[in-house]
Design a protein. Sequence first.
Lengths: 295, 261
Amino acid sequence: MADKRLSLEDLTGELHSGMTIGIGGWGSRRKPMAAVRAILRSDLSDLTVVSYGGPDVGLLCAAGKVAKVVFGFVTLDSIPTDPHFKVARQTGAVEAMEIDEGMFYLGLLAASQRVPFLPTRAGLGSDVMRVNPSLRTVTSPYEDAEELVAMPALHLDAAVVHVNRADSSGSGQILGPDPFFDELFLGAADRRFVTTERIIDTEQFASEGPLQTMCISRLLTDGVVETAGGAHFTACVPDYARDEEFQRAYVAAASDPDGWAGFEERYLAVDEAGYQAATRAAAAEFAASPMGGAK
Amino acid sequence: MGAPAAPDSPGVSRAEFCAIACAEVFRGDGEVMASAFGTAPALGARLARMTFAPDLVLTDGDAALVHGTPALGAPPSTLVLESHMPYRKVFDVVWSGRRNLIMMASQIDRTGNQNISAIGDWARPKVQLVGVRGAPGNTVNHSTSYWVPNHSTRSFVEQVDVVSGVGYARAAAAGPAAGRYHEIRHVVSNLGVFDFDTPDRVMRIRSVHPEVTVDDVVEATAFELVVPPDIPHTRTPTPAELELIRNMLDPRGLRNREVRG
């Protein structure tokens, strides 16, 4: 079997400015944040980001990497909205394609099945049709003759998802309760990357979880990157929960220019090892502060 | 447009009337997935399941359906799960219609359009909100109701800025495929309960909560509501329902943090 192991820098080296990139996970859950941070450190720009959006979208917007966002929502889950994404939209810094989250699913599914569109009721009558004038409807060729939305395939130049375990040939294992749409992001993309908490021997998958947790097949992957803590500060259960204190610190920093400069210097102007070390130090500070652990 | 008579319900909080009004959204439902956003809706769905809609199927708020009726804020480790319900399967349920939903609305208008996307011009919003989420698809696939805990002329508007959830006029204009499974059942606010049971499917006052007058509601609404001649009070919870709300389903009183009084 092919050895598909890569470094984060190898991964970003396979991306190009102007690409359409799908990012797996959902909201502030199991986001490939180490890969996002690697993109922040790179020269990449002018990206179209396709995401069930969380802080991945906010961070990429704040760094000026994004030309366009394709989304149904952008949320931090325990905090309703991402401050950087709000600013990006409110200042007109990014173009937007806003669609129903079910349309989003069908767009990925259509791309992964290599059909031009899939029909759905979702979108009919809503402003999704107004703000995306390129969307079309299709009339059923059968007796009912219903007019439905023809959700176009969301074709991706590249996709990256983060999973709990993987092997060196790119099979991935998701141990948390929801695989989200990761499989479809990979299926919809030309270049497919999996980052993982830990690369293990294939024989070890069965001792980690039942067969249905082995849900990303190597048919869907071109490269695999081991990066422990690679979803931080989003949730990656059962390995770790969302780092709520860090997420609050992210939001607080994002709401204040000086605070954001400090956040960038401490957490984003360093490599991934430096990031992980800085977040461990931050966790110790949260624990030691009188406010720490209050929530 | 006189003030309704004084309530015969001492000691019942406004939040408890809101919870009862949300529970009523599920009356008559059989085995459907009850999804409820916000505290009063979450409490209402549980109350309905404990009483008059025992076959309702509740979610754990993550990726599963739960067995029984857990209290609000019950620790995940205490939940008994009965089925896997990851997001991809949620769409199977949504599109099959086996769901009854109460969503929140940052704005709602006269024909039942809802907005959770953005305030102002969509192209460059004054305020970016969470996004349309599943509202477009939900509203044309299964019964949807709304919960607005802060009824004002900013939330009850003549026309929403971005139509996320589809109202009656929009659904009708979009053709038979949009209207086939469309139903906006109720709108529950901290002031009263509303529906679209009018000839031209525009919003009507269904009841006002005790200690709220029809004038209060009209003043807090930026569009012209249909005001029937006899508007009842939202029904008072029975002693058994109050017992369930206070001692079993929300012993920590989370409901009274969402709506005061």
